[in-house]
Design a protein around this ligand. Structure first.
Ligand code: PEP
Ligand code: MN
Length: 351
């Protein structure tokens, strides 16, 4: 529910409203702190049943139920897009566009450092790379595990890039948190509610990938689990969904990207690599994602894709990645977005 206070409402009246909200077992949040103040009340699927009890309180102008099943992530609750800080000098959302790039998996020190330097040179601000890999077959490369995390931390130290890497189980959470600036929840774990709650209790941004057969509503409810635990910094990721089509690995849901913009205030990135499975499709899908409203891209890049231990067929070469970066400029300009740089964030960004 949104509780809209009158222009003249006094502080004590707002506090009384918050107290009543807590009394119902709900959590009050300040949606708009300047007069006229709006207070949010969430925490139960049927919170709207308390509407009549709040309407009569002094200083209350009106009470508006949030009719969607997801609340904290809803655009009804927060009209302005959320801007999420990635460390001190990078932000995503609300006009800040971030490029995340790197190999599917960390393979060796030489490999990750070489790719990290190249993607940084081309303008990426975040290095991707799996240390713990969720592979379809148990007989394929499963990632370097803790050693991979150590190499990502080294790449961060050498380049200053932020790190995004997948956490597959709560058991690894502490170790992944040390190496990562963003915790990736993979498509196979989008509905692992126990894991979602655990990353919700951590103060680190989370990149939440859409389940390969999940609806947009299910994606937003998964994000709601993380916010409900107190972590507001969720970045959604569209990475394609399963369909009958076999020419692409998954089907990039560009309509879903545009629709999510209307449904939620959370930033949203697109992964054209997992979506297509083919290197040749990554450049056009990257441009299309920007045009559909994405706040960033997460792209697989490898210096020698034919030798990659995972997802080589969909990995761009270093040169191709540079070309994609250059080709995005007019699309970003048309959307009123700018590629993140240290200077842009220093100029001012607010949550
Ligand atoms: C990946 O990013 O390499 C990956 C495994 O992604 P997804 O969870 O979207 O399949
Ligand atoms: Mn991959």
């Amino acid at each position: 529910m949104l509780i809209k206070m009158t222009q003249e409402a006094e502080r004590a009246q707002m506090e009384a409203v918050c107290e009543r909200i807590r009394g119902f077992g709900l959590t009050p949040t300040w949606i708009q702190a300047d007069a006229p103040v709006t207070i949010g009340a969430v925490g139960a699927a049927d919170a709207a049943c308390f509407k009549p009890m709040l309407e009569g309180l002094p200083g209350v102008e009106s009470v508006v139920p949030i009719t969607e099943p997801y609340k904290l992530v809803s655009r009804t609750l927060r009209r302005d897009p959320s801007v999420i800080r990635l460390g001190e000098d990078v932000a995503i959302g609300g006009g800040h566009f971030v490029m995340m790039a790197g190999p599917c998996a960390v393979e060796s020190e030489e490999q990750i450092l070489r790719i990290a330097h190249a993607v940084k040179q081309a303008g990426a601000r975040v290095l991707r790379g799996g240390a713990f890999k969720p592979r379809t077959s148990p007989y394929t490369f499963q990632g370097l595990g803790e050693e991979g995390l150590r190499l990502l931390a080294l790449a961060r130290e050498e380049t200053g890039l932020k790190i995004v890497t997948e956490v597959m189980t709560p058991e690894h959470l502490d170790a992944v948190c040390e190496a990562a600036d963003i915790l990736q929840i993979g498509t196979r774990n989008m509905q692992n509610y126990f894991l979602l709650r655990r990353v919700g209790a951590v103060r680190k941004p989370v990149l939440l990938k859409r389940g390969m057969s999940s609806t947009l509503e299910e994606l937003l409810l998964a994000a709601e689990y993380i916010l409900a635990e107190g972590n507001p910094d969720v970045i959604l990721c569209e990475r394609g969904v399963r369909t009958f089509e076999t020419q692409t690995r998954n089907m990039l849901d560009l309509g879903g990207v545009a629709r999510l913009r209307e449904m939620t205030h959370l930033p949203l990135v697109v992964d054209p690599s997992q979506a297509s499975g083919r290197r040749s499709l990554v450049p056009p899908l990257s441009r299309a994602a920007v045009a559909a409203g994405a706040d960033g891209l997460i792209v697989e890049v490898h210096h020698a894709p034919e030798q990659a231990l995972s997802d080589g067929a969909q990995s761009l070469t270093l040169e191709q990645f540079g070309q994609v970066m250059r080709s995005l400029a007019p699309y970003l300009a048309a959307e009123g977005k700018h590629m993140e740089s240290a200077a842009a964030v220093a100029a001012g960004c607010s949550r």
